[in-house]
Design a protein around this ligand. Structure first.
Ligand code: SAH
Length: 315
């Protein structure tokens, strides 16, 4: 199967080195994919967003990003919709359907493998991967077969501690990304209601334990919301939260990705470029490495937090 995918084959018809009756039999008896591709859009920067439905008609989206350095990264969904209700995210506002199976996750990767030699994967599409970790890890086991090494696979979470703990014990050298967005409990609870269940301080402790065990830096995602979480004092608080706790501790456990806010139906506004730059400067001045995430695919609503899977009605 993997070889076929690598050759860009999209159906049994094209496997012409198999006898015709076998191809026919396969077509009737073995579904080529667990997903149907319903729509695909390419953004001006080359980003591709695909909308799929599962066999029971649940919608999900996945994204392919191509970078100048030839990296090809896919952003996959772990659930159709999301049960969490982060206030700035479009996925949280669509109806939660269900967890995806491991094959429904792998088939997203295979879809893009037919378009480009994908080599990085982030679980930053729809859903909370830690709420579906069995299927997510089963999919991760197989990703190296299509060219995506564990070290180039990142699982992003709102801070679901049991999941972070499981990933810490997991043998695969997967990366962990934490969607943080605020360095104080009250503001974080406002933006991400899940903070009431797993408070910030406990989440950060779980991430530190992940680093201690795996020696893999944790990426911190921080979406920049104008007048909400982008003030100087908030950068100082973030640096304090993520900085070393004792003299013996590694100063570089975390790397912050500042994400320009991508418009959704919510009432937030994105921070200006200048305030993002100032925030980054304040972190770096305190020894915290920070980058500003490139915004990809915004013109086709494929950017972070914009996946909402509006399925066209069937003609
Ligand atoms: N549930 C997991 C996986 C989804 S990742 C998690 O939250 O980590 C999707 C990322 O996009 C998260 O970091 C999320 O906070 C961010 N995001 C959500 N809405 C966004 C928006 N409107 N603009 C920019 N980033 C957004």
């Amino acid at each position: 199967m993997w070889e076929w995918a690598a050759k860009g084959v999209a159906g049994y018809e094209q496997m012409t080195n198999l006898p015709a009756p076998l191809r026919e039999w396969l077509r009737e008896n073995v579904p080529f994919s667990t997903l149907s591709a319903r729509e695909q859009h390419t953004a001006s920067d080359g980003t591709v967003k695909a909308l799929f439905t599962t066999a029971d008609d649940r919608p999900l989206e996945a994204v392919l990003m191509r970078y100048r350095d030839r990296r090809h990264s896919i952003c996959v969904s772990s659930q159709s919709g999301c049960p969490l209700t982060c206030t700035f995210c479009a996925t949280g506002r669509m109806k939660f359907a269900r967890n995806l199976t491991a094959w429904e996750i792998i088939d997203q990767a295979l879809h893009f493998r037919r378009i480009a030699p994908v080599d990085h994967c982030v679980f930053m599409g729809m859903g909370e991967p830690m709420l579906n970790l069995d299927a997510v890890l089963a999919a991760c086991q197989r990703l190296p077969d299509i060219g995506i090494a564990h070290r180039r696979t990142a699982i992003s979470t709102v801070g679901w501690i049991p999941g972070i703990e499981r990933l810490t014990k997991c043998e695969m050298p997967l990366r962990l990304a934490l969607s943080l967005h605020a360095a104080d409990e009250a503001l974080r609870s406002e933006l991400m209601p899940v903070n009431e269940r797993y408070p910030l301080s406990d989440v950060i402790d779980a991430c530190r334990a992940f680093y201690e065990r795996k020696r893999r830096r944790v990426f911190v995602e921080y979406v920049m919301l104008a007048g909400v979480n982008d003030r100087y004092e908030q950068a100082v608080a973030l640096a304090k939260l993520l900085g070393p706790r004792g003299s013996g501790e590694q100063p570089r456990m975390f790397k912050v990705n500042l994400i320009p806010y991508n418009p959704t139906d919510s009432s937030y506004e994105g921070s200006s470029r200048d305030s993002i730059a100032a925030f980054k400067g304040a972190l770096e001045a305190r020894g915290i490495q920070a980058t500003v995430r490139l915004t990809r695919g915004r013109d086709i609503d494929a950017a972070c937090g914009q996946l909402a899977a509006r399925v066209p009605s069937r003609a």
